[in-house]
Design a protein around this ligand. Structure first.
Ligand code: NDP
Length: 220
């Protein structure tokens, strides 16, 4: 049984992933912006765009071991962020949540992960952050945020390797959520089941890697 923290776990992929991991007998703490307002399970207040909120959550769990921390919280900004249609304030917010938030969560919960026995740090990124898979252009805001978080986690994989950490980046698929929309390719249960398999099965050989929810390696 692993103890697992998931950010943005009140709805969408994060909620589905929490449910799958709980079904498998793991102890899941769901990071949500407003505890009690949404979903079930064990919840903690955690707004990843607010450094003080992250630090409060880490302090609230001080002395508690975590085996796995999953950075799932993310925002898209708006659709159609193409050339000539860029809102600086939205770009700033997306980078604050998707990039700096993921980094700050990793940093704040390092002591908890060091006390645990698996030392896994997982980030739900996107294939839209891939350079090699970008054949259609556009969406500067979201793409740049996911490319940046990939770079951050790749560095963390190297920096934390001497301590035995496993740091991975996972694409959840195109998923039917508020972000993915109703026409997306897969439902949250399919994504979450695949993600859970990849996360629980991740080994040191996979650290620093970028994978699809079915475990297939993705191009950077
Ligand atoms: P949703 O928009 O359905 O849900 C987003 C979740 O993130 C919500 O729980 C939301 O909480 C939370 N969140 C947003 N901002 C913050 C914040 N500042 N602090 C804490 N939590 C926050 O998105 P998905 O479930 O679809 O996406 C989950 C992850 O998967 C994201 O990182 C996304 O980029 C990624 N992804 C999704 C794809 C898809 O097709 N759906 C494809 C590729 C990647 P609240 O309820 O409080 O708003």
């Amino acid at each position: 049984m692993s103890s697992i923290l998931i950010t943005g776990a009140g709805r969408g992929i994060g909620a589905a992933l929490a449910a799958v991991l709980e079904e498998r007998g793991h102890d899941v703490i769901r990071g949500v912006r407003k505890p009690g307002s949404t979903g079930a399970g064990k919840q903690i207040a955690l707004d990843v765009s607010d450094r003080a909120s992250i630090e409060r959550a880490a302090a609230a769990l001080e002395g508690q071991k975590l085996d796995i921390v999953i950075n799932n919280a993310g925002i898209f900004g708006y659709r159609g962020a193409g050339l000539g249609h860029i809102d600086d304030a939205v770009w700033h917010d997306v980078m604050t949540t998707n990039v700096m938030g993921a980094y700050r969560v990793a940093e704040a919960f390092l002591p908890h992960l060091r006390a645990g026995s698996e030392r896994k740090l997982v980030t739900i990124t996107s294939r839209m952050g891939s350079m090699g898979a970008n054949t259609t252009g556009g969406e500067y805001i979201y793409r740049s945020s996911k490319a940046a978080v990939n770079a951050v986690m790749r560095s963390l994989a190297m920096d934390l390797a001497p301590e035995g950490f496993i740091v991975t980046l996972l694409h959840p698929g195109w998923v039917q959520t508020d972000m993915g929309g109703p026409g997306a390719a897969i439902d949250t249960a399919t994504s979450a089941t695949g993600l859970a398999d990849v996360i629980l099965g991740a080994s040191h050989a996979q650290s620093g890697g970028f994978f699809n929810y079915d475990g297939t390696p993705l191009v950077w």
